[in-house]
Design a protein around this ligand. Sequence first.
Ligand SMILES: Cc1ncc(COP(=O)(O)O)c(C=O)c1O
Length: 368
Amino acid sequence: MKTEPLQRIGATHVLFQGRKLSYFAGGDYHGYNADPRLKALARDTIDKFGLSASASRSTTGNHPLYGELEFELCRFMDVESATLCGQGYAANLIFAQALQQEFDHLLVDERCHVSLRDAARLIKLPVSMYRHYDMTHLEELLKTRQGRSLIVSDSVGGMLGDMAPLTELVELALQYDARALIDESHGLGVLGSAGRGGAEAAGIDSQLCNNGTVMRTSSLGKAIGAHGGVILGGDALAEQLQKVPMLFGTATPPLPYVAVAKEVLRGLGADPSPVRRLQERAYTVKKLVSDMGFAVEVNAMPVFALSFEPRQQALAREQLLAHDIYPAAINYPGLPDRGVFKFMLSSAHSESQIEALLKALAIVSAQL
Ligand SMILES: Cc1ncc(COP(=O)(O)O)c(C=O)c1O
């Protein structure tokens, strides 16, 4: 990897060039990375069960914790089935392998996560890209397609924090007898009043998630603070997934992370107030940043990104560092060529860290 090594310190700092700086990047939306209770749970799980199941779940490696996490995921997400995978990335590829016979073509958001685009390539079916979040374009394509369509989108952009128009997307799916695959990697634990993600925030009924109209995938390595991926839907979907070769490996998430994910979901399920507080923080901060003149969508998603001309990039970096903030300059598929500075607000950031960020951005905006 060519990116510079970066060491996290606690929930909201990093060690960068010998300095402890505030960290506003990544996907640790609730700071679980540094939660002492969760770290102890991970250690205890290793002590109790060892480092690895060392066998595929389809043979002799089906540790009871896996099923317990899947049960918790079903309860939290209000769905019939949850199938664990090694990663969120793999969840999308596994979904593609399992469901390719079900469709005649795919309609894919042009800027969806690279794992969804990889999954679309893996399905040997015609793929059409529709303009990012553009439901008029999606409908034009749906109108001209014969046969069964699968619409593929993120629920929310993990880099820009822009939310997909999922209410309209699902209405179109119903109108044109299509189905949808929605990646909730950045929505899970962050959006919706119970933290179920963008589909919940968009008011999509669980029944549509169980009858196969809306199928979802997610990483467990972001707000949930663990590692792994999951495919969520109805019982019929879980049945279809059982045959996928990629699920025959040992790459189920390691047990310490399984225990952590289960505990986090149980906690957020019992008390989703951290999710709601984070959404309020997102609205407040994004409104202030937008009022400074930056192009930021003001919404409940605690992520935004700013793109600058090369000369302004140096100024932004300088001001962030002057306010003890790590300048997270990111280049990632789907972003503008010159990259962006990404900002992720977590519920673990202190008020003074947020104030420092706003001060730095105010100085940058005044000089643009
Ligand atoms: C939208 C989205 N989907 C999938 C993934 C992949 O998840 P994982 O890191 O668990 O493989 C990511 C992670 O970057 C993501 O942002």
